[in-house]
Design a protein around this ligand. Structure first.
Ligand code: AKG
Ligand code: FE2
Length: 304
């Protein structure tokens, strides 16, 4: 039976040999792992989840001023059915709130969609402070994890560092209400997809829902308490490492229990070449990310 490797962050940072072997297995054979004992405490995770929950429980009229559908980018609130991650499924019934790594306004790249300015709601009062504070801390843990993974698969650990000085990092709150009574086989909280970037650091409120596709095509439920992170690898890391590290399909069908999850999508600088190392080809991280955004956010793929 396949189990998802459980990685102790302290052992990972110390490059403990047994931990490195488990990391290599997670990255190359499964594409998923869990991370315990990281710098981010359960209290910090519970705080950001409670803050998103308070926002999502507001009436839609309070979310409308930050509705990303009224913008040309993906910052702010994404309403139900505003994103379609699998063209063979219906748009997802989840709601989201997206915020990104902000560049100084005078940075030459500040005008790009992937660095678009954030939109913050008026309520809850502490929303921006809590969400931005969490994003900053989560970026630190994601970078530590990425370095550990790179070391585990035998690439020079600092080889990617210069690629994350202006990361196109996106923090998302996912809100899954109860699965609608009307939902059919093509309806999902989030349909099957691979993540677009390098590493995703996912916190959840502990409610079950995430399923990960194994090599034999079966779906394995993966659950973690607040403070334990679920980590998976994305399309850019798979490309960059020429398939050595795997981007694995995952989905949430949903249940009669409300659920919140908080992924940090840790993407490199816009101008990073994420084509396979040594291939001589070019695939800019920013181009890949913007292409995937246009394919999945309905307001970006079908502008009004
Ligand atoms: O909610 C989850 O457990 C997974 C969310 C997810 O896959 C995503 O937001 O990309
Ligand atoms: Fe995902």
């Amino acid at each position: 039976m396949t189990t998802i490797p459980r990685i102790d962050a302290r052992a990972m940072i110390a490059r403990d040999p047994a931990c490195m072997e488990a990391l290599r297995h997670a990255a190359q054979d499964i594409g998923f792992m869990t991370l315990v004992n990281s710098d981010l405490t359960p209290a910090e995770v519970l705080e950001v989840i409670a803050t998103y929950r308070a926002f999502f429980h507001l009436p839609d009229s309070a979310k409308e001023p930050v509705n990303m559908a009224n913008t040309g980018s993906n910052r702010g609130w994404g309403a139900p059915y505003s994103e379609q991650v699998d063209p063979d499924a219906n748009p997802d019934y989840k709601q989201v709130f997206d915020s990104g790594f902000a560049l100084p306004t005078n940075d030459p790249m500040a005008g790009l969609t992937c660095y678009a300015p954030n939109l913050w709601p008026a309520q809850p009062a502490e929303f921006q402070r809590v969400v931005d504070g969490y994003a900053h801390r989560a970026i630190g843990v994601a970078m530590q994890t990425l370095r550990g993974i790179i070391a585990a698969v035998g690439l020079p650990e600092d080889s990617f560092d210069q690629a994350f000085t202006k990361p196109m990092a996106l923090l998302r709150g996912n809100y899954y209400p109860q699965r609608p009574d009307t939902a059919g086989p093509r309806d999902f909280g989030i349909a099957a997809h691979t993540d677009y970037g390098c590493v995703t650091l996912l916190a959840t409120d502990g409610v079950a829902g995430l399923e990960v596709q194994l090599r034999d095509g079966s779906w394995l439920p993966v659950q973690a308490e607040p403070g334990t992170f679920i980590i998976n690898f994305g399309e850019m890391l798979e490309s960059w490492t020429n398939g050595r590290i795997k981007a694995t399909l995952h989905r949430v069908i949903g249940s009669d229990q409300e659920r919140i999850s908080v992924p940090l999508f840790f993407n490199p600088n816009h101008d990073t070449n994420v084509a396979p190392i040594g291939s001589g080809r070019t695939m800019l991280a920013g181009d890949h990310l913007e292409k995937r955004f246009r394919e999945t956010y309905l307001h970006l793929s079908r502008p009004a």
